[in-house]
Design a protein around this ligand. Structure first.
Ligand code: HEC
Length: 696
């Protein structure tokens, strides 16, 4: 099939992809029909394969009987990349993926040979956004002949899939605000939609925008929380939502960013948004006289053509713990009590697994899939949680499960219609919440610092044994775990499930593991040489089924996780980043990877710590440096461990890096507003962490 792109009169002809030096005729026209089709498994056309968001592949060449024969058939080392957490796409033998800082590459899906690369030059565009740690994207979109990239600095860009030329670029955020994008653009009906994130860095109000896929022209925008009523509301939905807020919430932005889940449902022609936490998290500041604060922490259904509100279900009314509902929204047809239900499956941070009738938005069932101590149950009559007294830290410090990391975060869950099970990477970590000493009346949103929760957080290290994690196979009809396997540490990657009765998942310890989907028996594992944070995909070319995976330890836990993340030994830039592809009988060997490495703090008796300066440095470090270099300077691998850095011992070298921007092109932001005295205070704070660390 050959069709001409509507927006490029010139060479872009769909149906021809350059593979190696020859030309391969291809046949997939990626449109609504292709994206709704769950039956053909050769391609992986969208973030979670197709519109269902199931991450389920009908391919079964690799199956529970032969998966032990899986081996590497090709790999590409990516030494210049950092975090790699994304899902590649495959269209007719070409694999498209994003490296760090949104560099888009197309490779031959059978060899890894580079076909083209498109670099949106994110570090140059990022400005102060570079301070926000998120150097990665979870994925890209494909529509007709274009690939869509959403850059960390807020641009949405269409790139010609045949040669990597830019077709159009749109700025989707106000560059004056600390908004970033890590989420995946989603395409449907010639529109591409994108949200953003950043609620902890400033006064942020969440929204999504839909653009014309061909031209980049804005089609519609939906705000998630109301703005200042004095300015008038954008829609009836915002007027309705404003009834659920009190005080002067708009001064703090309110939050509700849509930084991950957006699902298009072709059967009802709606878009479901998974909405974010409050800005700030603390309701005493955000909405002091109560209110549910719509549409925070909700699933919001919108008309796909107009962006008009259809219905919502709020998972955590008046959220106070960062319990956003940004996790996957998966479409599944279930039989519940003998009735066929068009259901929506959702396992957000707050620890409950929700099954919702997506025709009506009515909650059908909700049960905890992990340890939960903020609510005892979800009342099915009202759809509301029954909260446990004290959990809102209203009586002082409260230990609450789940933590702000969530019982499940963005690491993708998958759903297998064959087994009827959802496969969820779960975490069980306690959150310690307190706002003691914070003047809730005087509190103001931070100005580009990670300090916007309105509660005390990340002031101390998170010990290696602070949490546990597991892969859970969850029956959404029975609302119970059918099997569970423990996982290392806390930060394990998203899952893939197939008609071959398999579940595949990469783990924090660098093992890619295949389980039998119906009973959880581990059948095969492979050491890829570095911590895994990305989910695998599968596809087929010329009759061979491949499993591909990006390898590159990354995202929030590798910055803020302290010892919980550091325990795996994936120290900054010590271990390889790569794209690996497996097939039955694959016999390539990976170059040996260095063993796990835990940096040794430098012993520097000549550096005499000034405790007063160290105390001045503490809040600066917490707001501006901890996000990447780790709380109390214990790095989880996202950036160098500063306790082991010789740069910290020299004031001149330190100022050159921190204020002078000497390492900006490598991702170390330039802190122009910092004074030399503050830089000195930071040096003393960092060195004081070496002195105060408990002996091994
Ligand atoms: C967005 C993430 C990020 C933030 C925030 C950040 N850094 Fe960095 N920093 C990095 C990265 C990445 C490197 C390593 C760059 C390279 O490869 O050389 C680095 C390197 C450094 C180095 C050099 C270490 C060495 O031994 O080479 C120092 C010193 C440093 N940072 C201090 C700071 C201080 C102080 C702050 C807060 C004011 C800060 N950084 C905030 C990411 C960050």
């Amino acid at each position: 099939m050959t069709r001409r792109l509507p927006w490029t009169a010139s060479a872009a002809v769909i149906g021809i992809a350059l593979v190696g030096c020859g030309e391969v005729n291809t046949s997939t026209f990626v449109d609504d029909e292709a994206l709704a089709d769950a039956t053909s498994g050769d391609n992986w056309l969208a973030y979670a394969r197709n519109y269902s968001e199931q991450r389920y592949s009908p391919l079964a060449q690799v199956n529970d009987g032969n998966v032990s024969e899986l081996g590497i058939t090709w790999y590409v080392d990516l030494p210049d990349d950092r975090s790699l957490v994304g899902t590649p796409l495959v269209v007719d033998g070409v694999l498209y993926y994003e490296g760090s800082y949104n560099v888009l590459r197309a490779v031959d899906a059978t060899t890894g040979e580079l076909l083209w690369e498109y670099d949106p030059e994110v570090i140059e565009h990022a400005g102060d956004r570079l301070r926000m740690m998120w150097d990665y994207s979870r994925g890209i979109a494909f529509w007709k002949g274009a690939v869509y990239v959403a850059t960390m600095d807020g641009r949405l860009i269409a790139v010609d899939a045949s040669d990597g030329t830019e077709l159009w670029s749109q700025m989707t955020v106000d560059p004056a605000l600390p908004l970033i994008i890590t989420g995946v653009p989603k395409v449907f009906k010639d529109k591409v939609i994108i949200g953003n994130g950043g609620t902890e860095f400033g006064p942020i109000r969440g929204y999504v925008t839909a653009y014309d896929a061909a031209t980049g022209e804005q089609a519609w925008r939906f705000y998630v929380v109301p703005g200042n009523p004095a300015d008038g509301f954008e829609s009836e939905a915002m007027a309705m939502a404003a009834e659920t807020w009190t005080g002067e919430w708009w001064k703090y932005g309110g939050g509700g960013t849509v930084w991950n889940a957006i699902t298009y449902d072709p059967e009802f022609d709606v878009v479901y948004l998974g909405t974010g936490n409050g800005a700030p998290w603390n309701t005493k500041i955000r909405s002091p006289d109560g209110g549910d604060n719509l549409f925070l922490c909700s699933i919001v259904a919108l008309d796909a053509d107009t962006g008009e509100y259809r219905w919502h279900y709020q998972t955590t009314p008046a959220e106070a713990w960062d319990y956003n509902s940004n996790m996957d929204i998966v479409l599944a047809d279930l039989t519940i009590d003998g009735r066929e239900v068009k259901a929506l499956l959702h396992a957000p941070k707050n620890g409950f697994f929700y099954v919702i009738d997506r025709e009506t938005g009515r909650l059908l069932s909700a049960e905890p899939f992990s340890k939960v101590t903020w609510a005892s149950e979800i009342d099915l009559e009202t759809g509301r949680p029954v909260e446990i007294a004290g959990a809102r830290y209203e009586d002082g410090e409260a230990e609450v499960y789940p933590s702000p990391w969530g019982a499940h975060s963005w690491h993708a869950m998958s759903y297998n219609p064959g087994t009827g099970l959802a496969y969820i990477p779960t975490m069980e970590i306690a959150g310690l919440f307190s706002d003691e000493g914070i003047d809730v009346q005087a509190w103001r949103s931070p100005d580009w610092a990670f300090d916007g929760a309105g509660v005390h957080l990340f002031g101390a290290d998170t010990p290696a044994d602070a949490g546990t994690s597991s892969l859970k196979a969850w029956d959404p009809v029975e609302q119970r775990a059918v099997w569970e396997v423990p996982l290392p540490g806390a930060w394990n990657a998203g899952t893939l499930t197939t008609a071959g009765n398999l579940v595949l998942q990469g783990r924090a310890d660098g093992q890619l593991v295949a389980y039998r989907a119906d009973d959880g028996e581990a059948l095969w594992s492979f050491d890829v040489g570095s911590g895994i944070s990305a989910p695998p995909i599968t596809y087929a070319v010329d009759g061979t089924q491949y499993v591909s995976l990006l390898v590159g330890w990354g995202a929030a836990m590798t910055g803020l996780g302290g010892s919980l993340a550091a325990q795996h030994g994936w120290a900054y830039k010590v271990h390889p980043r790569r794209l690996v592809s497996f097939a039955l009988g694959g016999d390539r060997e990976l170059p040996p990877s260095p063993p796990p490495f835990i940096p040794e703090p430098i012993d520097a008796p000549d550096f005499v710590i000034d405790q007063v300066l160290a105390e001045v440095g503490a809040p600066i470090y917490k707001g501006k440096c901890a996000l990447c270099h780790g709380p109390v300077a214990v790095s989880g691998g996202n950036a160098p461990d500063l306790r082991a850095s010789p740069v910290v011992l020299s004031h001149e070298a330190f100022v050159d890096v921190v204020i002078g921007g000497a390492r900006r092109t490598l991702g170390m932001p330039q802190f122009i507003g910092l004074s030399e005295i503050q830089a000195g205070a930071l040096q003393h704070y960092i060195r004081a962490q070496v002195a105060s660390a408990p002996p091994e």
